[in-house]
Design a protein around this ligand. Structure first.
Ligand code: ADP
Ligand code: TYD
Length: 215
């Protein structure tokens, strides 16, 4: 099994974290070493940056510093965790990566895709996911799942999912556009079924990708 970099993407509450965990468990059951990571976060420094980014008290945070903080956390994660894990032959499963910055800061905040890709070139050292599984869900369903999860867990990470519904529609539209523009890498997966049904669809896509890499 070659090293592989798989990312999960999608709107808030689409079920990405659940599916990332289930996929990592499946790889481990099959005997593959896995690094699970999350953005923003992924490293101790990234976790500190995450707190600034998601604290609802930070209402004055502007779009450009928001983008740069996302990439500061990502650059640390790439250098400290992801590249070393790939060099050891691990499968890396990341809950979000640069496509999130394209959808949220590029599209929904209006900074544009090119600006995001310029910062990506500095921060990510050319690292692009091998496969991106984008869990697609109706915006309102995703938001209500995310908001009830945050309520239940007493989370203080709601600054971005508190944005107006129009913001989240732009995020979802951007993911659809990404899937259209990079159909080989970015696969949309219908997120409306049960966790197990979605995990089975995820595995079908991953299995086919692994087989194609073997041949
Ligand atoms: P994300 O990481 O995309 O925000 P999560 O995996 O945290 O999504 O899921 C958001 C909430 O929805 C959680 O409370 C989770 O238990 C629940 N959830 C996840 N997958 C499903 C599903 N397929 N159907 C219904 N609820 C789900
Ligand atoms: P996450 O914890 O994945 O939120 P959720 O589980 O609700 O989907 O991500 C935190 C928030 O950060 C989420 O609203 C998306 C946002 N985000 C960006 O705006 N840009 C980025 O580059 C990343 C990685 C996340």
């Amino acid at each position: 099994m070659p090293a592989l970099f798989i990312t999960f993407e999608g709107p808030d509450g689409s079920g990405k974290s659940t599916q990332a965990r289930l996929l990592a468990e499946r790889f481990r059951r099959e005997g593959h070493p896995v690094l699970e990571t999350v953005e923003p976060g992924g490293t101790p420094i990234g976790q500190q940056i995450r707190r600034i980014l998601l604290d609802p008290a930070n209402q004055e945070l502007r779009a450009v510093p928001e983008l740069l903080l996302m990439f500061a956390a990502r650059a640390q994660n790439v250098e400290q965790s992801i590249l070393p894990a790939l060099a050891e032959g691990k499968i890396v499963v990341s809950d979000r990566f640069t496509d999130s910055s394209i959808a949220y800061q590029g599209a929904a905040r209006g900074l544009g895709w090119d600006t995001v890709l310029q910062v990506d070139r500095i921060a990510c050292q050319g690292l692009v996911p091998d496969l991106t599984l984008c869990i697609d869900i109706d915006t309102e369903t995703g938001l209500s799942r995310a908001r009830s999860r945050n309520r239940d867990s007493g989370s203080h990470e709601a600054r971005i999912d508190q944005q107006a519904v129009e913001f989240h529609h732009k995020v979802r539209d951007a993911y659809h556009e990404l899937a259209r523009s990079e159909p080989g890498r970015v696969r949309l997966i219908d997120g409306s079924g049960s966790e197990e049904e979605i995990a089975a669809k995820v595995w079908d896509v991953v299995r086919i990708e692994l087989e194609s890499r073997h041949n």
